[in-house]
Ligand binder design. Structure first.
Ligand code: NAD
Length: 365
């Protein structure tokens, strides 16, 4: 194959992926001096600017990084749309080793790329990025959220994410048990990180019997001694007798290996992309009699919090908006039941419908 044919094939492969997930724009950013290699995925801007965090990861290939940014930015479109926010979906990935590459110049160079998009993409924190990193990016662009409170930002969005997750869990309990009182219910929270620990606090306050897991012993010990939660093993969590399983660590924990083992009535947690296969595993949960609260809906509190930053940060307003996730979750359960589809499908349909409807409003002026 001659060189030009190879180039065409590669270009088509990227365009095929963009076409498949229906992205508006994908931007490759490169800077030799700092070693920066980043991809910004702008999925959909019908409702507003594409907002989504920047993730830095030592991807093993460019294809893996592209796949991640395309999948994650599409998820942000759905999350913003279903939460009633005037935001589109976007995400950025930076390829490389955090410890070797990340410094002020590197982050400011990335900030310049974000700025060059003129506000079409707004960035925020994600995996391996901190509020300090956001400060450097902010030196080059105003199109950044998730800034420290001292800089007028909303600080760590995790408490609001935990709160919206809790709202989604309560709404699902209402659907399943007839009321949303979680007291006495056995809830297993997987992952004692930023969100998981705040969620445990809310559940303990409601007198739930809480089980916790993590891969780090020290995190488990700290939460257990503070709250009285019961520690279970990282694998054991799928087998214990529980009412609610709350994944707050990794994605894809609802899969062929785990669903058959789950002894719960509800899955409601904050982790992104919990269903390994949206269709197959969404359906498997129904077959098992488990009610699933769609992750991108109930973990939207973090996005709601950073959206508040854009319109003037107010913590009470962020929590009030996160509370509305309760009603939307109830609505999703009803639509799924009426139309005999999974809750994940019902949530995606609702998000797409809002984009379609508002898109029509916009072209009329
Ligand atoms: P985090 O990194 O602070 O915490 C994740 C925790 O999970 C860590 O303590 C880690 O040790 C643990 N963990 C990893 N593998 C595990 C395993 N196999 N079993 C048990 N625990 C394991 O992350 P976070 O900010 O708390 O976010 C948790 C999840 O929620 C992620 O999927 C994230 O994408 C999603 N999310 C977070 C926010 C937010 O506001 N932070 C918003 C939306 C979605």
């Amino acid at each position: 194959m001659v060189e030009s044919q190879v180039a065409t094939k590669e270009a088509l492969t990227v365009f095929n992926q963009i076409q498949e997930l229906q992205h508006e724009q994908v931007v490759y950013c490169f800077d030799e001096a700092t070693g920066l290699k980043a991809i910004i995925g702008i999925h959909n801007t019908v409702l507003g600017p594409a907002l989504g965090g920047t993730r830095m990861w030592a991807y093993t290939s460019e294809a893996e990084a592209l796949n991640d940014v395309l999948r994650l930015s599409r998820g942000m479109t759905f999350k913003a749309a279903i939460s009633g926010l005037n935001l589109g979906g976007g995400k950025a990935v930076i390829i490389g080793d955090v410890n070797k590459l990340k410094n002020e110049a590197f982050l400011r160079r990335f900030g310049k790329f974000v700025n060059s998009l003129g506000g079409k993409y707004i960035t925020a924190e994600d995996v391996n990025m901190s509020t300090r990193d956001m400060e450097y990016i902010h030196m080059e662009t105003k199109h950044v959220t998730g800034l420290p409170e001292l800089m007028g930002g909303g600080g760590d969005p995790s408490p609001v994410t935990a709160y919206s997750t809790y709202m989604g869990m309560k709404a699902t309990a209402k659907k399943v048990f007839g009321n949303d009182d979680l007291s006495g219910k056995k809830v297993a929270v997987q992952g004692m990180g930023h969100v998981g620990t705040f969620l445990v606090d809310l559940l303990i306050k409601e007198n739930c019997k809480v089980y916790i897991s993590d891969i780090y012993e020290d995190r488990l010990k700290a939460v257990a001694s503070k709250t009285g939660a019961t520690v279970v093993g990282a694998e054991e969590i799928y087998d214990i007798d529980m009412d609610v399983y709350a994944p707050c660590a990794l994605g894809a924990t609802l899969n062929d290996n785990t669903i058959g083992r789950l002894k719960c009535s509800i899955v409601a947690g904050a982790a992104n992309n919990q269903l390994k296969d949206e269709v197959k595993h969404g359906q498997a949960l129904i077959t098992k009699g488990i009610s699933y609260a769609p992750d991108f809906l109930i973990n939207a509190g973090g996005l709601i919090n950073v959206y508040q930053e854009l319109i003037g940060y107010n913590r009470e307003k962020a929590y009030a908006k996160a509370q509305t996730i309760y009603d939307v979750t109830l609505q999703i359960h009803k639509v799924a039941e009426d139309q005999k589809i999974t809750t994940q499908q019902a949530a995606i349909h609702m998000a797409l419908k809002r984009i379609e409807d508002i898109g029509k409003v916009k072209i009329s002026y």
